[in-house]
Design a protein around this ligand. Structure first.
Ligand code: KIV
Length: 262
């Protein structure tokens, strides 16, 4: 992945299940089993309640559906911040129990020692700076990051620290475009943007946003390529109407001595 710096953009998406991993494997370079699954799959209000066991279960599901993409699994809130040793224990469980290629963790300067500890012990790490959703209770909101000079300097320092600590790449989330571009030029490892800049070395989005699973949720940085949420609801309505009208099952969906063998 490091060798992709400055080359053809790295294509990344999230997946949490075997079928979705199968659908995107071969189309994307990197699949992230993101802790966004807390909101997308479990209906939580933030990622803070996601557990290590949840990440491992979904990491295993994604690995069953993926043979080609680089699969990265998020370390959830509370599983790595306490100490480098705690982070290693969590990362080792994730890697051993899922077979994934790497873990992702959020944070900059304050997590550099942990990233160094992990990478020196055989755990490839994808960093994550800018908006770091696991810190939502401290940040106070999901607003764009790096608007003020002081905040921008802090995010640049975070990215440089994460790169120097040995991460193989950095996700830059919801961060001013100019700053994201500057970080991309400054650090020697690939940057993966989400609400960042087209100049990043790669892009990632939550797949459910890309395919339009949530018609009412549309952040500015998301581009929708389908409206599966509407199609899903339409299919459910059609099925319900058919069952109520006794149109389903029809002759093609039953096993009947008079209808021939199928
Ligand atoms: O959890 C997640 O899906 C993420 C991406 C949005 C970068 O961290």
């Amino acid at each position: 992945m490091r060798a992709r710096k400055g080359g053809e953009p790295i294509v990344c998406l999230t997946a949490y299940t075997t079928p979705t991993a199968r659908l995107m494997d071969g189309e994307v370079d990197l699949i992230l089993v993101g802790d966004s699954l807390g909101m997308v799959i479990y209906g939580m209000s933030s990622t803070v309640g996601v557990t290590l066991d949840m990440m491992i279960a979904h990491g295993q599901a994604v690995m069953r559906g993926s043979t080609r993409a680089c699969v990265v699994v998020d370390l959830p809130f509370g599983a790595y911040e306490e100490s480098p040793a705690q982070a290693f224990r969590s990362a080792a469980r994730v890697m051993a129990e899922t077979g994934c290629a790497a873990v992702k963790l959020e944070g900059g300067v304050e997590m550099a020692e942990t990233i160094r500890f992990l990478t020196r012990r055989g755990v490839p790490v994808l960093g994550h700076v800018g908006l770091t959703p696991q810190s939502i209770n401290a940040l106070g909101g999901y607003g764009v990051r790096g608007r003020s000079e002081a905040e921008a300097e802090g995010i640049m320092a975070d990215a440089v620290a994460v790169a120097e600590a040995g991460a193989f790449g950095i996700v830059i989330e919801k961060t001013m475009e100019e700053l994201s571009g500057e970080i991309t030029r400054r650090v020697p490892i690939p940057t993966i943007g989400i609400g960042a800049s087209v100049t990043c070395d790669g892009q990632i989005l939550v797949t459910d946003d890309v395919v339009g699973m949530f018609p009412d949720f549309r952040p500015k940085f998301v581009k929708r390529y389908a409206m599966l949420g509407d199609a899903y609801a339409e299919a459910v309505r059609g099925y319900a109407a058919d069952v109520r009208a006794r149109r389903f099952p029809g002759p093609d969906q039953v096993f009947s001595a008079t209808a021939g063998r199928k």
